[in-house]
Design a protein around this ligand. Structure first.
Ligand SMILES: NC(=O)c1ccc[n+]([C@@H]2O[C@H](COP(=O)([O-])OP(=O)(O)OC[C@H]3O[C@@H](n4cnc5c(N)ncnc54)[C@H](OP(=O)(O)O)[C@@H]3O)[C@@H](O)[C@H]2O)c1
Length: 316
């Protein structure tokens, strides 16, 4: 087996990189350019943020292609790639998992991925065994499961365990507003078993950054606008408090939300669309929240009384 999984304090998410970048397109509607993303990559890499999370499902391969383009010139050992098998996109060949991985490797311009994820638990018993030959060949260095509940994590681990491998990482939605994995005991389970817990949507796609509000809503026509614009007023007390905590440290509300996820023992995957957001990660990495500060933010989040579970997630 290859050496154990290591990762920086924060991983970088590229779901938004799958949008065309035109206003009103796709999930995010953020304007993205090739040179802008190259700047993101250079700044991230030089600050030690070298783990890039993507998926074929992000823009039907576009995120992987754009990421590979932006990483050009860096040697493969300088960065780690994390991509996913999405069961709902399986082809009808003999080995849909191997086929999907080959296509990702092709788009990513590499012959291995550092972490390969089963994107969701659509059929744990069917898909998990397909990872074993790829682990043996070295095309996959580590396996992770995403959107899996406790029983599904255990089942996947059992299947891999029979071949001498294991689930090394879990990737679930986890933010101040959505703490299902914590309540279900998944965070504790991961800590006790040396499984790295990657938290996604820590910023609730921008809703927890204080950048968006009723006067400055998320881009019209994007999916996230449909999900979050109506609830932004309920988040004001929480984002104001995070901004105040951040101010004492020259940091922003987004940096405090990220620091919260680190303080909870998770590795946040932050969706980065602008180079200046990397400066925020540098600050977040150094912010130490007190137990009282954490409790206060969680109480404000609970008071907002909002359920941000994604349509693709089931209850933990
Ligand atoms: N496994 C799964 O099922 C799953 C599901 C969802 C996400 N993910 C992964 O997790 C990653 C993160 O999730 P996400 O991208 O959906 O949402 P997110 O990280 O909660 O939010 C990302 C958005 O927040 C804004 N932002 C980021 N840093 C900021 C900063 N420092 N200050 C102000 N605003 C900032 C950007 O919006 P603007 O562009 O508008 O500024 C960005 O698009 C994804 O990219 C993906 O890799 C996985």
């Amino acid at each position: 087996m290859s050496k154990s999984l290591t990762a920086p304090a924060v991983a970088l998410g590229t779901w938004a990189w799958g949008d065309s970048g035109e206003e009103g397109d796709g999930y995010f509607g953020s304007p993205l350019s090739e040179s802008g993303l190259r700047e993101v990559v250079e700044k991230a890499q030089s600050n030690g943020f070298t783990l890039w999370d993507t998926a074929v499902a992000y823009g039907m391969g576009r995120s992987e292609t754009v990421l590979a383009q932006a990483l050009k010139g860096f040697s493969r050992s300088e960065y780690q790639l994390s991509t996913k098998f999405t069961p709902q996109m399986a082809g009808d060949g003999d080995d849909p998992v191997a086929d999907m991985l080959e296509q990702s490797l092709d788009r990513l311009g590499t012959d291995y991925v550092d972490i390969y994820w089963i994107h969701n638990p659509a059929d744990v018993a069917r898909w998990t065994p397909s990872l074993i030959p790829m682990l043996k060949s070295g095309k996959i260095k580590h396996v992770g499961v995403s959107n899996h509940d406790m029983a599904e994590i255990a089942r996947a681990d059992e299947i891999l365990g029979a071949a001498g491998f294991r689930v090394e990482a879990v990737q679930n939605h986890y933010s101040l507003l959505y703490r299902g994995s914590e309540r279900a005991g998944i965070l504790d389970h991961c800590r006790e078993h040396g499984i790295r817990f990657f938290s996604y949507m820590v910023l609730e796609q921008g809703a927890l950054t204080g950048r968006y509000g009723p006067a400055n809503p998320m881009p019209e026509g994007s999916n996230r606008a449909g999900v979050y614009n109506g609830i932004l007023p309920q988040l004001q007390a929480l984002t104001d408090r995070m901004a105040a905590i951040g101010k004492e440290r020259d940091a922003s509300a987004a940096d405090v939300a990220t620091a919260w996820a680190i303080a909870k023992g998770t590795t946040p995957i932050i969706g980065v669309t602008k180079a200046r957001y990397i400066d925020g990660l540098v600050r977040a990495r150094d912010i130490e929240l007190t137990a009282e500060g954490i409790a206060e933010l969680e109480a404000l989040a609970d008071a907002a009384d909002i359920d941000t579970r994604g349509w693709w997630e089931h209850e933990m």
